[in-house]
Design a protein around this ligand. Structure first.
Ligand code: GAP
Length: 471
């Protein structure tokens, strides 16, 4: 297993991800996507959008980030969307109390003190209130990782929503929140979409968009950030059918990751025993990052909690009427909720590989290769003239310009062809086309495939067809 720093360094060096506002020293918990990162992000979003909305009964929306503040009272975010926070008086370091405890459990396990780890695990499972977390920390003398002391403040709940104000006056009547999840923009549009889309239950609404959470500790690169993107789908169903639909969506979502090259052995299910206030079944798909397994997507059975709450807070009926038998009900919901940025990081980690190969002179060297699925690869094809003379650059340019109309392509003339291959390997380009002397004689080119490094010769006018088939 390679280190997370290796991925962060490649991401920066090759223009996938930069620290936000880097020239000012960066802004904690925020990241910017560079030229290759934005292509990868877009490819993930396109793959998800196709997968979810290219169905008869799933419609898309793009709701506003700022929503009526009552939305968050109805959803429970104003009162319950908080994390337990604790400060160390000596180091002034601030921690999420549950994370501090989890890290301590891991440390105990590493030291083979399994009895202590198991005892604290049981206590953590039962913890609900700030005082419960405080007691675990104090009773088990969990030290601050920064100062090493147990000089703790009380645990307080910290609401994760970012507050801002509409208009020039900053008072409570103008306060609004940056949405902490995209789901609520779907619930409040349930009736609009059902009616305008002439949909009948079961049907779904899908949305991709930014969400914001004032996380206490951001860590592990893109894993926990303050600004991120989600891809969420709410599937509205008849009450009583939730178990079947829950199983259906679990399978669909698992297979989607596999279809994009995610390695099955790096994924696992996590079943939630401690359920969120709205859920009656919940599982996560987890991916094995360099720092351990972490959630990339949640699949939740949310009952009728959200629609009923919005019905109550807005005073508007959010029911479904079955036109066949006249039955009325508030639909239940199965939600699939994935993070775009978090899955981008998972796809980066999943793709990273190093292998020892021989260079042109037979000397062994390390090849860094991003084994992205061709569907996700930011650049699909690179075009090289073998040498920068004898009419090869002109022919290569002609081919490159033509391929660029259909595929995100790169043109590279600098250095030996071997070096050019390595540069493309490192950004995961699945195919490289080389124009050489033979191209000028008989119109054929070589296509080199990234993973096998095998080369084939085909006629230049067949390149597009070849790439369409492979991608
Ligand atoms: N609507 C349900 C919901 O938002 P969640 O488990 O809080 O559920 C869903 O979030 C997904 O959003 C997560 O699986 C993760 O991929 C992504 N996500 C959540 N918080 C995040 C953060 N702070 N940074 C990056 N991604 C995050």
């Amino acid at each position: 297993m390679f280190k997370l720093e290796t991925i962060i360094s490649l991401a920066k060096r090759r223009g996938f991800v930069f620290q936000s506002s880097e020239i000012y020293g960066g802004l904690n918990g925020c990241w910017d996507y560079g030229p290759l990162g934005v292509e990868l992000l877009q490819n993930i979003k396109n793959a998800w959008w196709r997968e979810m909305t290219f169905r008869d009964n799933i419609e898309g929306v793009d709701a506003a980030i700022l929503m009526h503040p009552r939305t968050w009272d109805a959803s429970g975010h104003t009162s319950q969307f908080s994390d337990p926070m604790i400060d160390n008086k000596t180091s002034k370091a601030r921690h999420r109390a549950d994370n501090l405890i989890e890290d301590f459990i891991d440390k105990m396990k590493k030291k083979k003190k399994n009895d202590i780890a198991e005892k604290i695990e049981v206590e953590l499972e039962a913890a609900r209130e700030p005082a419960d977390f405080y007691n675990i920390i104090v009773n088990n003398q969990i030290p601050d990782p920064v100062s090493g002391t147990t000089d703790w403040t009380e645990v307080r709940n910290f609401n994760l929503m970012f507050k801002t104000f509409i208009g020039p006056i900053e008072d409570s009547s103008s306060a609004v929140y940056l949405r902490p999840e995209t789901a609520q923009g779907i619930f409040v549009n349930f009736k609009n979409v059902m009616e305008t889309g002439r949909q009948k239950v079961p049907f779904g609404i899908a949305q991709i968009g930014k969400a914001f959470r004032n996380e206490i500790n951001t860590k592990n690169f893109l894993f926990r950030t303050r600004e991120f993107e989600q891809m969420e789908m709410q599937y509205f169903i008849k009450p009583g059918s939730e178990q079947d639909w829950f199983e259906y969506w679990k399978e669909q979502r698992w297979n989607w990751y596999l279809s994009l090259g995610m390695k099955a052995e790096k994924m696992r299910w996590k079943v939630h025993n401690k359920l969120a206030h709205y859920a009656n079944y919940a599982v996560d798909i987890e991916f094995e990052f360099p720092f351990g397994f972490g959630e990339i997507e949640g699949i939740h059975s949310r009952t009728d909690f959200d629609l009923k709450a919005h019905q109550e807070f807005s005073g508007k009926k959010l029911e479904y009427v079955d036109t066949v038998n006249g039955e009325r009900f508030v639909p239940y919901v199965i939600e699939t909720s994935g993070g775009v940025s978090r899955s981008l990081m998972a796809f980066l980690c999943n793709a990273y590989d190093e292998e020892t190969v021989s260079d042109e002179n037979g000397k062994s060297e390390t090849r860094v290769v991003m084994r992205f699925s061709p569907k996700l690869a930011p650049i699909k094809v690179a075009v090289f003239p073998l040498v920068n003379k004898d009419g090869m650059p002109e022919k290569a340019q002609e081919i490159y310009q033509d391929l660029s109309k259909s595929f995100k392509s790169q043109y590279d003339t600098s250095g030996a062809v071997g070096r050019r291959y390595r540069r493309q390997d490192e950004i995961g380009t699945p195919f490289c086309v080389t124009i050489d002397g033979e191209t000028l004689e008989n119109g054929t080119v070589t296509i080199r495939e990234r993973d096998s490094m095998e080369q084939i010769r085909i006629s230049a006018d067949k390149i597009k067809q070849y790439l369409f088939e492979k991608i």
